[in-house]
Design a protein around this ligand. Sequence first.
Ligand SMILES: C[S@@+](CC[C@H](N)C(=O)[O-])C[C@H]1O[C@@H](n2cnc3c(N)ncnc32)[C@H](O)[C@@H]1O
Length: 302
Amino acid sequence: MTEKKPHSIEYMGEARNFWWNDDYLELLAKRLNLAEKSVLVDVGCGYGMMGFLLSKFMKKNAKIHGFDLEKEHIAKAKKLAAADHSGKKFSFKVADAYAIPLEDNFSDITVCQTLLIHLKDPQRAIKEMIRITKPGGLIVAFEPNNMAGVLTIDQFSDLDLSVEEKLEETEMALRYEKGKMKLGEGFNSLGDVVPELFLKSGLKEVALWLSEKCLAIIPPYGDSPEISARVAQMNTFMDEDLSGQSYDKHLKYYLAGGGSKEKFDKYWKRYLVKTQQLAERLNNGSYTYAGGNIFYIVVGIK
Ligand SMILES: C[S@@+](CC[C@H](N)C(=O)[O-])C[C@H]1O[C@@H](n2cnc3c(N)ncnc32)[C@H](O)[C@@H]1O
């Protein structure tokens, strides 16, 4: 029997620590007026990433509360908090985003990062985030449109692309996302519609920014811990595809998204050939990728 892995564990590696540029976080801290905030809640906190990053800009004795469904993630977050000497107070607990164990009107700011994209009912979670936030407090969602990545191009020779192949890749990505949503596991490109969900939930002065971070891969990789971490993550994902470990998951979502097994298998065969070529470029250090992506910061006032 295969053991059930903690949610999103494959995306929680070292590369995630390089998702935000420090100077951009400073700008964000100014816009969110974090210097005046004492209590932050991070919902679906994973290892506590956003609480650790944002607390640096908050009041001296600020309290950070993180909640996540996975006890393994919470255990790791607690370990990181024990090693933190910033003077901020961290508390991490296992809890569901739909039922946060906090009283009404508790926090100055409530955030989530890549949580809503995984939920069957993101509106319900937003309402719960609003409930625990003080009137006049902020709700902030950091959520992507992951599908946009399908149309990025990673080598000059690909400008001579086959329109049919690009359309097929797009169909695969669309059916995967649609299938995941149909199975009740959320929508990976939800970021585009979070402002609408904020408004429907009664939030005011909804504002929107984009992260300016490019998740680039530029040789020579070894000179940069950031790029090395990204290369290592890519290698892990490619190994899973090439060894057949991820086939079932992709097929499951594709079928749920309305595709046929016959079409999927034809596509997967071609995809593996391309992945093998990419692995070789990555391993000889010649792969270059601009890493553009759409990652929204959506803010609303209660
Ligand atoms: C992609 S991870 C993001 C973790 C963290 N916010 C970060 O950016 O590093 C998604 C997280 O949402 C958590 N999660 C999923 N469904 C949840 C729910 N209903 N309630 C609380 N947490 C949930 C998962 O366990 C996982 O840690």
